[in-house]
Write a protein that binds this ligand. Structure first.
Ligand SMILES: [Zn+2]
Ligand SMILES: [Zn+2]
Ligand SMILES: [Zn+2]
Ligand SMILES: [Zn+2]
Length: 388
């Protein structure tokens, strides 16, 4: 044998041995690997980071992970959270928007005679000067102003103008303000008649629309009447109790359950009588003196002449009726006698009628304007916020 053939054989043998060894080793390796693969298969899959929470309606915590429901999908029409079925208790509302900060339900501020909302603690922005511009501009939502005519028992007819808020509906109970115009005016002065002022023609209903849009008081309607029938307090009393209030109870959704005397009287805290100038005199003479049994709120702007009113308010047990609100205003640029006279009337009533306390259920506002609609729009704005 040649030396070279021996070498070739040796190399060949070594390569063969190496191949066998490699085969064996790779077999071992695959055997070693196999259990590893099995281990991987039986290992638990990692916990998914997202699961569908199941919230407890009482605690509104997820029963699996304890996370709190953020109610981020909103609430149904009964204010149950769509995720956790928790019922929103509306524990307060936002001072800016009067909406519940949790579920978004819209409420109104409820300022009361102290001017502080009894829900959110916000202080009412009351005005003793011209209202800000926005109250004289059309709001995002405009209410409706209607006209109607009532036939009185003696055949005479009564003209009236009605303001209904834009979202007026039969499911809501509305407060009612019966408003009286002044000499030379007409019932629609309180709704949509253009009134000349230094800022041009204004219409009263834009103030109502903006109050409602800003949620500054509970819902209200305004019913303004031709005031000539209130010259006689006896006739005016019958008109308000026997014709006007039953008509309002039948026609609109109010706190009056029906048109009977008892049903009307039961809603008196939600009924106001008010007026400007001559209408203010009639509010004292007919409203406060003779209608305390059917109304508990009175707005008297710019004029008084109360005369016999304190005696009549004490007569025949009328002093037993509580008064929810009495709001008087004077225009500081009005004639001096009106200003002095009405201030005096206010003081006489507060000192002689037990049911009235200045600074509590009675308030006097001195408005920096004259005998005009700048004073009366500010006056009625303040009154609506405090009364309703
Ligand atoms: Zn969870
Ligand atoms: Zn929830
Ligand atoms: Zn709520
Ligand atoms: Zn509030």
């Amino acid at each position: 044998m040649k030396k070279s053939s021996v070498t070739t054989l040796a190399v060949f043998g070594i390569v063969a041995l190496l191949l066998v060894a490699l085969f064996l080793v790779s077999g071992r390796i695959s055997l070693l690997l196999r259990p590893l693969e099995v281990v991987q298969e039986v290992a638990p899959t990692p916990e998914p980071t997202v699961h569908i929470h199941r919230f407890d309606a009482e605690s509104h915590l997820c029963v699996e992970c304890g996370e709190r429901c953020l109610h981020e999908h909103g609430f149904d029409s009964d204010f149950f959270c769509l995720d956790c079925r928790w019922a929103c208790p509306h524990e307060t509302h936002s001072a800016e928007t009067a909406a519940c900060p949790v579920c978004g339900r819209q409420f109104n501020h409820h300022f009361g005679m102290d001017g502080v909302c009894d829900v959110c603690g916000k202080e009412a922005a009351l005005y003793t000067a011209e209202l800000p511009d926005r109250y004289f501009s059309p709001s995002a939502h405009s209410g409706r102003c209607l006209r109607d005519t009532l036939t009185l028992p003696d055949g005479l007819t009564l003209e009236l103008a009605v303001y209904l808020p834009w979202d007026y509906n039969e499911e809501t109970r509305y407060n009612v303000a019966i408003m009286l115009h002044g000499d030379g005016g007409s019932c629609d002065d309180w709704t949509d008649a253009p009134e000349r002022t230094h800022r041009g023609d204004i219409q009263f209903y834009t103030v109502y629309d903006n109050i409602i849009d800003e949620h500054l008081c509970d819902p209200f309607i305004v019913v303004a009447i031709d005031n000539r029938f209130l010259k006689s307090s006896f006739y005016g009393e019958g008109l308000i109790k026997n014709t006007l209030l039953p008509y309002i109870a039948r026609s609109f959704s109010t706190w009056m359950e029906g048109d009977s005397y008892d049903e009307i009287a039961a809603a008196r805290e939600h009924i106001a009588i008010g007026g400007l100038s001559r209408g203010s005199i009639y509010t004292y003479g007919v409203g406060m003196a003779r209608c305390l049994d059917v109304a508990a709120n009175f707005c008297c702007f710019s004029n008084g002449y109360i005369g016999d009113v304190p005696r009549q308010m004490r007569a025949e047990g009328r002093d037993a009726f509580s008064i929810k609100s009495y709001i008087a205003t004077v225009g500081l640029k009005d004639e001096y006698l009106y200003v002095r006279g009405h201030r005096y009337d206010y003081e006489v009533l507060c000192s002689s009628i037990d049911a009235l306390t200045d600074g509590e259920n009675a308030r006097l506002f001195e408005i920096d304007a004259g005998h005009n609609f700048i004073t009366w729009t500010a006056s009625f704005y303040d009154a609506l916020l405090l009364m309703f």
